[in-house]
Design a protein around this ligand. Sequence first.
Ligand SMILES: *[C@@H]1O[C@H](CO)[C@@H](O)[C@H](O)[C@H]1NC(C)=O
Ligand SMILES: *[C@@H]1O[C@H](CO)[C@@H](O)[C@H](O)[C@H]1NC(C)=O
Ligand SMILES: *[C@@H]1O[C@H](CO)[C@@H](O)[C@H](O)[C@H]1NC(C)=O
Ligand SMILES: *[C@@H]1O[C@H](CO)[C@@H](O)[C@H](O)[C@H]1NC(C)=O
Ligand SMILES: *[C@@H]1O[C@H](CO)[C@@H](O)[C@H](O)[C@H]1NC(C)=O
Ligand SMILES: *[C@@H]1O[C@H](CO)[C@@H](O)[C@H](O)[C@H]1NC(C)=O
Ligand SMILES: *[C@@H]1O[C@H](CO)[C@@H](O)[C@H](O)[C@H]1NC(C)=O
Ligand SMILES: *[C@@H]1O[C@H](CO)[C@@H](O)[C@H](O)[C@H]1NC(C)=O
Ligand SMILES: *[C@@H]1O[C@H](CO)[C@@H](O)[C@H](O)[C@H]1NC(C)=O
Ligand SMILES: *[C@@H]1O[C@H](CO)[C@@H](O)[C@H](O)[C@H]1NC(C)=O
Ligand SMILES: *[C@@H]1O[C@H](CO)[C@@H](O)[C@H](O)[C@H]1NC(C)=O
Ligand SMILES: *[C@@H]1O[C@H](CO)[C@@H](O)[C@H](O)[C@H]1NC(C)=O
Length: 382
Amino acid sequence: MRRRNKCKPRIIPQQDKRICGCICFCQLVIVLSGVSLIYLTVAIYVPSYRAFRSGFQEKPVMCQTTNTSMINNCSWASCGEWCLTRTSGFCPQIHATARQNGTIVTLVNCTSFNTSECPPINFNTLKRYNCNNGTECALLKGVFNCSLGHCSNLSQIYDFHDCYYKADGFTVDSDKDNAKLNGYFECKGSKCTKIKRVFNCHRICKDNISSEAKNVFITIGDRVHQTRCEAAYATTKANGNDEGEKIEPTQFWKYKKDEVMMISCHTIEHFENNETLRATDCINGTIFDTKVIPQPYATFRQFWNLTGKHSYVVDPTNRFVPSQKSLTIYNHSRLYINLDGCVNTLKGECFSFLLSHGGDGGNQVAASRYVCYYNKVSSQIY
Ligand SMILES: *[C@@H]1O[C@H](CO)[C@@H](O)[C@H](O)[C@H]1NC(C)=O
Ligand SMILES: *[C@@H]1O[C@H](CO)[C@@H](O)[C@H](O)[C@H]1NC(C)=O
Ligand SMILES: *[C@@H]1O[C@H](CO)[C@@H](O)[C@H](O)[C@H]1NC(C)=O
Ligand SMILES: *[C@@H]1O[C@H](CO)[C@@H](O)[C@H](O)[C@H]1NC(C)=O
Ligand SMILES: *[C@@H]1O[C@H](CO)[C@@H](O)[C@H](O)[C@H]1NC(C)=O
Ligand SMILES: *[C@@H]1O[C@H](CO)[C@@H](O)[C@H](O)[C@H]1NC(C)=O
Ligand SMILES: *[C@@H]1O[C@H](CO)[C@@H](O)[C@H](O)[C@H]1NC(C)=O
Ligand SMILES: *[C@@H]1O[C@H](CO)[C@@H](O)[C@H](O)[C@H]1NC(C)=O
Ligand SMILES: *[C@@H]1O[C@H](CO)[C@@H](O)[C@H](O)[C@H]1NC(C)=O
Ligand SMILES: *[C@@H]1O[C@H](CO)[C@@H](O)[C@H](O)[C@H]1NC(C)=O
Ligand SMILES: *[C@@H]1O[C@H](CO)[C@@H](O)[C@H](O)[C@H]1NC(C)=O
Ligand SMILES: *[C@@H]1O[C@H](CO)[C@@H](O)[C@H](O)[C@H]1NC(C)=O
């Protein structure tokens, strides 16, 4: 199936060219019908019948991306455009953890619900300066990412006050020596100093997380929901890295003075009419002392810094809001978009797959979290 059908121009008489063209066309028709067959059977987002026949569990689980890389010469790709040729060039490789579902949680009598968000960086919003154009770079202030004299203002998106970096390279006049502007520079006026080493600074989050009179924090992706509730019920029970089960609503947490619960979930619904919240796939339930949470609000930096500072976990037996570790099936598996690891839609499906599934949790951006299918005997997941 992976054979290329090419009609190379050869030294052939004129009339034979038409025959060759015809053969080419016929082959193309055959190939295309083959393609649509492949497409119908596997290129649906979730694997079908054939996948289950090859040992996949019928019930999906949850996956979280741990590492996404783009390499040039690869033996496998998570997604390739066009299944008939071997992947070359575009070669995304996504690794993910596969784990059983967390708990479905219902929180009752919840008041003062609020949501804060720290969206991932959008590089397109950066202001760009073209230093090759007149005096555009006569007055620069901040840290810039430059390439051949085109510079964008990184100070707009990274917080450079609170991280370590050193402008210790050569100094250029951004107004005159613009061709030398390649890489990272700290600029004051037209005096730009090269930052030689890569830095690791946090992105700026405009929102803050209000903590006044809140006792539940629910993290979903790059959002944190804050609320004050009376009790929490579970309608499913986890069973380690085996499949969990449905149960009658069981209370596993209730309001206690000076205590705060934090959980990480996949989706949330807020019913204002009966002050109820319903969240799915909740894991990592921990209890914090109110004293360790900055009041009346915490910045996202401060909030992330709370990781690991809990007093205890909600359920040490890991039945309700269990630790991610207790649910893990595979720590680090390859993720494929489908059984073949390729699509034939030619609509940039791989690119959007990469956007929706490729977030690997770098720079405090939440890792992509999604439903996936796994194979009990091989650690490949889809
Ligand atoms: C896990 O959750 C997903 C999405 O809610 C659901 O489709 C799937 O059936 C659940 N899997 C198990 C094993 O319960
Ligand atoms: C991610 O994968 C790439 C290529 O396989 C590897 O070079 C890199 O070290 C990995 N990163 C992490 C954080 O595991
Ligand atoms: C690509 O990788 C294969 C096997 O790993 C190797 O044989 C081949 O020479 C590589 N090609 C290039 C262009 O690096
Ligand atoms: C929730 O509020 C209702 C009415 O205000 C009350 O009857 C009920 O006991 C409360 N539930 C809990 C778990 O506190
Ligand atoms: C949510 O919080 C923001 C600031 O943190 C505040 O301006 C807003 O009024 C709050 N919304 C609700 C419904 O409490
Ligand atoms: C050069 O700068 C002028 C104004 O300073 C601006 O109008 C023009 O569009 C710029 N040209 C380019 C190619 O950026
Ligand atoms: C800097 O610019 C280069 C080229 O435009 C880009 O590849 C790189 O990701 C940028 N780095 C940052 C931190 O914005
Ligand atoms: C770059 O962004 C920072 C922060 O938003 C701002 O203070 C600075 O003036 C900007 N620099 C330029 C040259 O626009
Ligand atoms: C969040 O807190 C920071 C620092 O405490 C403050 O400068 C900023 O204005 C706050 N943002 C909002 C939206 O309240
Ligand atoms: C709250 O209302 C929603 C629909 O509005 C309903 O689905 C849910 O069961 C209700 N929850 C409780 C605890 O009454
Ligand atoms: C759950 O907690 C573990 C250990 O603290 C952490 O590595 C993992 O990223 C957490 N998972 C989520 C979804 O926050
Ligand atoms: C993070 O917590 C440590 C102590 O636990 C503290 O020293 C540090 O200043 C905190 N960082 C931020 C950004 O709040």
